[in-house]
Design a protein around this ligand. Structure first.
Ligand SMILES: Cc1cc2nc3c(=O)[nH]c(=O)nc-3n(C[C@H](O)[C@H](O)[C@H](O)COP(=O)(O)OP(=O)(O)OC[C@H]3O[C@@H](n4cnc5c(N)ncnc54)[C@H](O)[C@@H]3O)c2cc1C
Length: 410
């Protein structure tokens, strides 16, 4: 395993050359790094955080990602550690609790804590010879005039700097953290921003195989069993709603938990007697939408390329799958010429839209419904009579949309 960290001196400060450099060792970055390394590429993977680390995320991995987990060599490890298969989607809104079968077209999904999943992915990458720069932050990206070589500047925790050069640069550093990279999304701070929260609990009462979708005043969220008996509770809440419910001196996470228990019967009953397993984490604002998947000579994967509202719990799958799509496109491209880069970028953009655009739009619609108490009042009785609509919604959100076996050229 080759691993460079800010507490090491060898190699850091020298310019090293790779076939690909990937920024961010979340599911998108690690997936593309693993697949490129397996094909014989020299790959650098840059990650600012030390692993294992918990992360704001509902941690559900949809069944559509199983072929990618297999391709990454992680299917068995995932199955060993993940929570039970999710068989029912449950809507919890106000006093309503409605359950329906999860569509199983592409196999059932399961959930694994991000502290475990991201570590498994990064270790797999390292075992295939990927050079991990961790913990190190990418602070600059410069592409040469021909667009066939990119230099990435890195900074370690102790402030020392390095730079690496690669034929291909992939930005997979997510959409919520700011790095002052040209790939960052524009800064924003608005009352209607949605902030993400997540906590783990033990000793809860969630029936095995259920995944509740939570709709509460000001936001929406989900609960699911992850590894080692832990329950993952995550949600998004509008900034102005959070300001409204938060008491003087209270942490945002504590305010969110109090609000969830007070407004939503299903949550109060599930968490009755449960103990927290770690502190509440916060992130955001979340940035749903479709974005350019290639610009200024840099490919983007995962949340940076496109983000579905977390209400549909598809972000990890989209990250893994976009990493897979991108790696397949790159491995079949002629990257020695600028025209080869452009052709690869166009092919990846088409494949990305075909695979994810519908899911991102459907998620926007569900999030709009989940946010509106008037919609809960109208929809909940309808869903009680026809829970199959919930399964239909899960299907629309991409829970049964399999990846193509090859990436089409057209
Ligand atoms: C409340 C909530 C619940 C969610 N629930 C689910 C769910 O149940 N299922 C699901 O599939 N999705 C869910 N999501 C979405 C999911 O978390 C994201 O879509 C997913 O994490 C995106 O993966 P990624 O690899 O693109 O980026 P990330 O997972 O964000 O990884 C990016 C990595 O880049 C690193 N990084 C950032 N900047 C730099 C830098 N400058 N240099 C080096 N490294 C850097 C970060 O440390 C991080 O490790 C949820 C999101 C929220 C907010």
């Amino acid at each position: 395993m080759t691993r460079h960290g800010s507490n090491e001196t060898t190699g850091i400060g020298d310019t090293s050359t790779f076939d690909a450099v990937v920024i961010g060792a979340g599911p998108a970055g690690s997936a593309s790094a693993i697949l490129l390394a397996e094909a014989g590429w020299r790959v650098a993977l840059v990650e600012r955080a030390r692993f294992p680390r918990r992360k704001v995320c509902g941690e559900f991995v949809s069944g559509t990602s199983r072929p990618v987990l297999r391709a990454l060599g992680l299917e068995a490890a995932f199955d060993r550690e993940a929570g039970p298969p999710v068989r029912r989607v449950v809507l919890m809104a106000g006093r309503h609790v409605v359950a329906a079968p999860m569509p199983a077209g592409a196999g059932l999904g399961r959930a694994l804590g991000r502290d475990r999943l991201d570590l498994l992915l990064a270790e797999r990458a390292a075992s295939l010879g990927v050079t991990l720069f961790q913990p190190m932050r990418a602070t600059g990206i410069e592409t040469d005039a021909r667009g066939t070589s990119t230099r990435i500047r890195l900074e370690g925790a102790a402030g020392h700097e390095a730079s690496i050069t690669a034929r291909v640069a992939i930005a997979a550093n997510g959409s919520w953290e700011r790095s002052n990279l040209p790939t960052d999304l524009p800064r924003r701070h608005e009352a209607r921003d949605e902030l993400g929260f997540k906590a783990h609990f033990r000793g809860d009462r969630l029936p095995a195989g259920d995944m509740p979708l939570l709709a509460f005043p000001g936001g929406y969220g989900g609960m699911v069993r992850v590894d080692d008996g832990r329950l993952s509770v995550s949600c998004c809440i509008r900034r102005d709603a959070l300001d409204h419910i938060r008491r003087e001196g209270e942490s945002a996470g504590v305010a969110v938990e109090r609000h969830l228990r007070a407004t939503t019967r299903g949550i109060a009953e599930t968490l009755a007697g449960a103990e927290p397993a770690g502190a509440w984490l916060a992130a955001g604002p979340i940035r749903p939408g479709l974005r350019p998947v290639h610009a200024d000579g840099v490919f983007r994967a995962g949340n940076l390329a496109g983000e579905a509202h977390p209400v549909v719990a598809e972000g990890i799958s989209m990250a893994l799958q976009s990493g897979w799509l991108l790696a397949r496109v790159l491995l079949e491209a002629d990257l020695d010429a600028a025209s080869g880069h452009e052709a690869a970028a166009e092919r990846y953009a088409r494949a990305y839209r075909r695979q994810f655009a519908g899911r991102i739009r459907a998620a926007g619609l569900f999030a709009a419904l989940a946010r509106r108490p008037s919609a809960h009042r109208a929809l909940a009785p309808l869903l009680v009579r026809a829970p199959v609509l919930l399964s239909f919604g899960a299907r629309l959100s991409g829970k049964a949309r399999a990846l193509p076996e090859t990436v089409p050229y057209g």
